[in-house]
Design a protein around this ligand. Sequence first.
Ligand SMILES: [Zn+2]
Length: 602
Amino acid sequence: MAGTTFTQSTRASTKPAPEAGIAWQEAEPGSGAAVGDPNWPSISVVVPTYQRRDVVCEAVRTLGRADYPGAIELIIVIDGSTDGTADALAAIACPFPIRVIVQQNAGASAARNRGAAEAANDVILFLDDDMMCDPNLLREHGRNYCDGADAVIGETPVDLGSPAGFLAESVARWTASTRVQGPLSPFDIFTGQLSVRRSLFDELGGFDTALTSGSAFGSEDADFGVRLLAAHDVRHNASAISFQRYVVKPREYRNRAERAVAAHVQFARKHPYLARDLFERRGIGRPVVRWLYRPLSRIPVFPSLIAGLAVRTAEAGLRTSLRSNRALARFFSGACSLAYWTALRKSGWFPFSNKVLVLCYHAIRDEADPLLARFSVPSKRFEQQLNDLADRGFTFITPTQFKTFIDSDAPLPRRPVLLTFDDGYAELIDLAREILHPRKIEGIAFIVTGAASNEWDQAYGARPIDLMSHEQLKELGALGIEVASHSRTHGEMQLMDQSEQEAEAAGSIHDLARGGLPRPRFFAYPYGATNRGARAAVSRAGYLAAFGLKQSRMQRGSDRFDLPRVIILAKDRGWKFRAKTAAPSLFNLFVRARRSLGSMFG
Ligand SMILES: [Zn+2]
């Protein structure tokens, strides 16, 4: 036992006060299993279930046969089922306490979190409602905890009692082909059979319910896996076995393929550095995706017609002796893949983009000062511009998505656009609070770290305007606007000598650190003006990338320390805004041509 002793939790065997929606079922008198051997961790088994009365009852019966010396409690969360699951469960005799929680349908993540919140034992073992347990399952998990594990995953082969036919057979092949080998990745973490120390589960904040909200399905496991694998001892135990009774019907299988898209898109946004891996596991690099599904997913209506036909063919086929027919299986899985890629295209994530539009705004306010008005966009018009971009299919990306695109080739959705704001005027905090944060739009604010007001403009006669305080900058960061550097004094860096350039680049990092702010990742040259020395100074100071003001979209191969950014001025309204954002280089060419024609004939 390696000297580890697990204290028996007193709550585990105590009956709590009756509570709405929770029923307790007594252990059989004299069974004695509710009090366990303290050398083994006590385990709370949490099973969320939805509309699967017979299967979950069968799963509970297999759990009742578990050979485990430690204490066990079973918590079943009925997630809005209307098929009499609660009554059926009440009729099952079990050697350990069963708790049944009934809640309105809230998705698997919410149901698991609810069950975990009620769990009282050392370890929580999450099992899906279709898992038929091997008698040694709990012992295998328990063994790893005696050995110091923080979390354990096992094996989930398809149960031989699954309904016959190509669906269960192909899932069985898929499960066998994706068996864990080598170091664990977040994508190996499968909540169908996953145990974790209860204290760690609480510390990690449980499953992200946003990933499975609405119609989204899946990816909460990998998301939890990211946090789990970051700094904890996660074991794969090939002897911890539960058999998945695969009862999913063709229609549900097809729906899941489409519902996975909403979860994948959220996951890709939340974990940009895993996005490529996620879509590669779905086969985005395969020739069939590129040459067949990609063109077909463009055709309106066709994919959903095919999917509907495939579901009906599969339903009919599964009732006949053709139920294992390979052609039927291929047609069905192909139609489901097409449904997935079509839904992904609709979401804007297929195919990926390789160019980013970075917009540079200054003040967002009504400005009377003639010198400043040129750079100010009134907030109403700014909102219209956001709507206009969204309507035209642009996707607002986060600074971290942008960073991962530069760093590690992370995929980006269609027409990606990153918002940036220069100079750090005080009203930006209201803009973030009232307009950007409610729309879940993130961005970057480039701050002049050594000034309290716009001294550089005042030198030309502009009125003074306050810049944000360190406290305001912290709040800005919390609202999703990353604080970055716009130098210390807003001087023209290409006119400076090396030591002055160093002071601007490295000095502003110190200024922000002194204010208790995180180290800035990005830099923007004042006036977009830079030269080789300025770029070197910024690179040496440890910035990840720096922006100039070349009027074009950023793409692979752009100079990382002079990234292009498209400036939006007061005069860029209506068709000008649309043209400038649709084709910035072309627009720039047009403006220059007009200007030179004007000087030729004017
Ligand atoms: Zn500036």
